[in-house]
Every structure is written in structure tokens, then in C-alpha cells.
Write a protein that binds this ligand. Sequence first.
Ligand code: DER
Length: 227
Amino acid sequence: ATPQSPKQQVAIKAAEIVDNGMIVGLGTGSTANLFIDELARRQREHQLDIQVVASSVISRVKAEQAGLKVMAIEHLSHLDMYVDGADEVTSDMTLLKGRGQDLVCEKLLASHATAFYVMVDESKMVNKIGEKNAIPIEVIPQAAQLVLNRLSKLQAKGSLRLNAAGDNVAYSAAGNLILDMQFTTFETAQINALLTVMPGVVEHGIFADVAKAVFVGSSDGVKLLQA
Ligand code: DER
């Protein structure tokens, strides 16, 4: 068989953790897609009785097509694990997420799951959050300008995310607008704190103290990062 890509390898490692009877949260993105395929394979090969819940419509559709039993988030009272990709990871397992459009449900499931496992290839490892990507900040539409101005006063730079065509602003899956902002004068913990309490901000992409473990794939296999 052709050697699996690092992303494939971390998806396989994450799927191996899933046990019979679990409720598993599905992330969104290209690595999450690989996980969904691997989880469906594991369900078939081991006749696992598992249920899944999806962080996005696209992951729900993909899970249904793969033969996984999908339940509605509305009916969820507990989640054994949540598995998702990330855009940046630091050595203390702080994450940056939200390059997709499903940040609200991703953080909802990640934070309520008993265990949140992250799957990345080594290109996502950074020394400081924000090193390679802007920080996504999901705002209610009415608040976009107010929040942008407020953050500009804190020397943050950025703008509203545009749609794929680039001819209008993009809406998130939750119907909000997204500011992609770069901060220069603050530590990650300070940005996390100020965004978490700022009126008009629905969610942001800093995931601090949420991940239980990170699978880091590279050409020489998978490393496990954990506290
Ligand atoms: O939107 C997100 O946070 C996703 O997890 C995402 O950015 C990671 O996507 P990838 O697995 O396609 O790199």
C-alpha cells in the first residue's frame, strides 16, 4: 500500500481511540474528513456501536454518507470525545482554529467533550499563536464595525473575511461575520481574555486549555503531544 500521508496517519491514530458505545464529536476541515473516513472504517471492521455528532453540515453529510449514526447536537447531553484539526498548535497545546466557517460549533463541542483530541501535521506547530495566521473573531453582524474599531485602538490590524469570490463579506455557519485580526502588543492569554468578554464577539479562534492531546504527523510518523 502507498505510505499514508501524515494527515492520514494522525486520523488513523485518533480513530483508534474510539471505543464501543462512545458518542464522538466530528470536527470540520480536511483532516476531520480523513478522520470521518477512518472512523467509519473502524466502525465496520470492529462492529462498533458508536454515535457521532457533527460540528458542521458538511461533516454531518459526510458522516451520514459514510454510514455513521449521526445525532442532533440539540439532543446531546454528553460527549465522550471530540476530534478536530487546527490551524496552529503551540507546545503547551494552545490552538488557533477557525479558518473554516464552523468555529462556534467546533468550540462548543471541543469544550464540552470529556476529551478533545487534535490532529495536525507538523506544519501547524508554531512558537506563538498568530505566528502564521490571523486570529478569527466571529461577531454578530451589528457589532463588526464597533469591534473592529475597538481592536484597532489596541493596535490590532485586520478586516472582515470575504467570501470565496472575494466580492462580498463571508457569513459563518452560525450567520455571523468574521474578523481576521493580527495582534502585535499582547500575549495570547491577554488576547484570549479580552476577546472572551468583549460584547459583540460570539466566538474567537484561540483554544487555550481545551485540548487533551495533539497527534502531530510528520514524515517519520506520529508524535503525541499531551500535558
Ligand atoms: O476551521 C477549523 O478550525 C478547522 O479545524 C481547520 O482550520 C483545520 O483544517 P484542516 O484540517 O483542513 O487544516
